[in-house]
Structures are given as C-alpha cells and as structure tokens.
Design a protein around this ligand. Structure first.
Ligand code: SAH
Length: 394
C-alpha cells in the first residue's frame, strides 16, 4: 500500500478520529491514483489509518478506517453497509418509506450517500474513494437490500471539488419511474428522483414535519420555501384552515398540488405562490396579512466562511419579516441547513430578527436532522440542520 506522510504534529485530528486530511497537513503525498487506498503516516512513518487518496481536492484524503491493519475490500464495505442498515432497522420496516441508508462520513463511508425511496435506492458518490469502489458498493447494496432498481444522482457540486464530473443514470435493476410515491407517517409524497432536489426529497426534515401538525388546528399557515409540500401537507393534516405555500420552483409546486390530491386533502384550503420568498414576505407585510403558524425552511445560504455575513443578513431578513407576519401567540418554525452557521449564531440571528420586528418570543423546541442522518461524534461537521420553534408572545 502506498503511503502519505503528514507534517510533524499534524496527526492530531486523525488521533481524534476526524476523517479528513487537508492538503496543508501533508509533508509527502503518494504517487497514487484518485481514490486508491493509501496508508496515512505520522512524520515518523508510522501508519495511523488507511484512507482514499484525492489528489485534486483540498481534502486530500478521507479515512476509511483508523486501524492501520484494516483491509479495504468487499468485506469492509459489507460490514459498514450492514452497520448502517442495522441503525435504521425501524425505518426500513416500512416497505413504502423513504429513508437515508448511508450518511457518508457519519456512517464510516466518507463521500457516500444512499437514500431509499420505497423499492428504489439512489446513490451519490461524492468523493474519489467512493467513486473508486462504486461497482463494489452497488453490488453490495443489491445483495444486502433487495430492491427494484438503483439510480445514481452524482450531480452535487461537491463532486467538482474532487475533480469528478457529474453523472446520473441507472446503476442496477429497473429504471426508476418518473415519480415514486413514498409513505411518511400517514401521508404520501410523490418524489421525482431524476430531477428533484438532492436525491428527490428532504428526508432530513421528517421528524420536524411530523411535529408541525399538532400546532395547526384551525390555523392560517404560511409555508415558505415549500418545495413539494413537506410541511404544507402536515399543516393540512393537522386541520389548518388555510395553507399558503411559497416556492420559486414551478415544478415543485406542481408536485405539491399532486400531493394534496394524492392524500385526499382539501385543495380549496391551499394557495400556492410561485414567487421569490424575500419579495413575497415583503408584499404580504405591505398587504397587512397575518398568520398563526409560519414555516421558514430555506435552502443552504452559506457555502464558504466568506459568505457567512451575507447569509446571516438573509436569515435575519426572512425571520424579521416572518415575525411581523405572525400573530401574537403564533408559532414560527425556522430552520437553517447551512452547516457553516453554528446553532448559537442562528439563534442570535433569530433573536435579533424578533427585536427588529418589535416583538418578543420564547423558544419552545430545538430541531435537528432526523436520526437516519446521524452525526458521528468525531465528525461534528455532520450536524448541519438546525431549527427553532418560537412562540411569539407579543
Ligand atoms: N421544506 C421542504 C424543503 C425546502 S427546500 C420540505 O420539507 O420538503 C428549499 C426550497 O426553497 C426549494 O424548493 C427551492 O425551490 C426553494 N427556494 C430556494 N430559494 C428560493 C427563493 N428565493 N424564493 C422561493 N423559493 C426558493
């Protein structure tokens, strides 16, 4: 096995089992192919871990295993995938459910995402290591979790940073149909695996969506950044009098309409606004509209530390407007999926937004990503989704 050698003193994060080796920590890189398994040595030449080499990325290696004697082969992938399936046994018991099966670094498989939508699996190979072992991983998934088909959605931006091109298409079994219907705690959602966001659906918000329903009885609900109606349908299920959904994607709103019909919910109580949320909230404020419950679930606003200030202003803006639109006693469910925005800073932004809106509120609940998106203790970067349930008190 070829080896990379770290600079003196740069093995500290590795000893704490963090899986990323940055380019600046490396004294001498191996003459290895992209994705090839290499030994990772301290400056004395002692092997501390084995990982995948990624010559073009700032993350120059991702650790497969912290035992220097580990062999990375079919058996390794079998064991890691079996472990991941074991962790999700409850969710997997619903054959029509949607669930994240493999959550990359946090499941000990850096750069690999596998989501299940009823009978189909969707994979994202986001780093050179998983790309290198792609066929092995697909074979293993097929043997461990019989499914109708496996589809690849390796079109996330992070692939560019690894020097990999986007790729989508069928990997095994049947081609995926245009839409797949999944079941989520009493509701059905149509998912477009080929063109939808991420791998088709925001599985990470499952538990938070479920918690919305009890807040919505007889409520007027505003669901900003609605996508295909994840939260909006829950509000209707909870007895909302009216649900206003806002999204800039016409296709997402079309699927939202289908989802309302699919669940036999009352379309007469639903308004879909195909608009930019920032503009729309301002307009609703000018029109003196008010709501009992508001959900803000924006896309990731921050991609780099440099963009944090600008993103913070964006979060503050929408939260300030939401507080203005909220009736006293109303509930705001506000989220951020930007991993670079720390939960404490997010909470401060929401507090400042309330102050600017001239109101106060209390935090009743902190939200995070669902348990099928676990966070490895040694990989805090895995915690990206945070949210607050705030009750406006006056
Ligand atoms: N809450 C959803 C997921 C929201 S994802 C669920 O549970 O399924 C974020 C959504 O915001 C996407 O549908 C995207 O189309 C939309 N979006 C992004 N920027 C927007 C903007 N400026 N105005 C309106 N919608 C926007």
């Amino acid at each position: 096995m070829k080896q990379l050698r770290l600079k003196a003193g740069r093995e500290k994060s590795l000893l704490r089992h963090h899986p990323w080796i940055f380019s600046g920590a490396i004294a001498a890189g191996p003459d290895a192919a992209a994705g090839e398994t290499v030994g990772i040595c301290n400056s004395k030449g002692e092997v501390l871990a084995v990982g995948a080499w990624s010559p073009q990325s700032q993350i120059r290696a991702r650790v497969w295993a912290f035992d220097p004697d580990s062999v990375i082969d079919q058996g390794f992938f079998r064991q890691r995938i079996e472990q991941a399936l074991q962790l999700r046994r409850d969710l997997l018991s619903d054959p029509d459910g949607g669930c994240r099966l493999v959550n990359a670094e946090s499941d000990g498989l850096p750069g690999l995402i596998v989501d299940r939508y009823a009978g189909y699996l969707v994979c994202q190979f986001l780093a050179t290591g998983t790309e290198y072992w792609r066929d092995t991983i697909v074979d293993m998934l097929q043997s461990l979790l019989p499914c109708r088909g496996i589809y690849e959605r390796s079109d996330a931006d992070s692939r560019n940073r690894e020097g990999l091109e986007s790729r989508c298409g069928t990997l095994a079994g049947e081609d995926v149909p245009e839409y797949i219907t999944i079941h989520e705690a009493g509701l059905y959602y149509k998912v477009d695996i080929r063109h939808g966001h991420k791998t088709g659906f925001y599985l990470d918000q499952r538990d938070n969506r479920i918690q919305l329903a009890p807040l919505c009885n007889e409520a007027e609900v505003l669901n900003a950044f609605s996508y295909t109606g994840g939260f909006g349908l829950r509000a209707l299920q909870g007895g909302a009098r009216r649900v206003v959904n806002i999204d800039s994607s016409e296709q997402a709103l079309k699927i939202l309409d289908d989802n309302v019909a699919l669940n036999g919910l009352d379309a007469g109580r639903v308004d879909n606004l195909h608009e930019d949320v920032f503009n729309c909230l301002r307009r609703l404020d000018r029109d003196d509209r008010h709501f009992d419950v508001i959900v803000l679930d924006p896309p990731k606003f921050v991609d780099s530390k440099a963009g944090l200030m600008r993103a913070s202003r964006g979060y503050k803006d929408i939260n300030r407007l939401a507080f203005k639109l909220l009736r006293p006693g109303g509930y705001l469910l506000t989220f951020s999926c930007s991993g670079l925005l720390a939960p404490e800073l997010f909470q401060k932004i929401v507090a400042d937004a309330a102050l600017d809106a001239g109101c106060t509120g209390v935090i009743l609940r902190h939200y995070s990503q669902a348990a099928d998106h676990p966070v490895r203790l040694s990989f805090p970067e895995g915690a990206y989704l945070k949210g607050l349930l705030v009750r406006k008190t006056d």
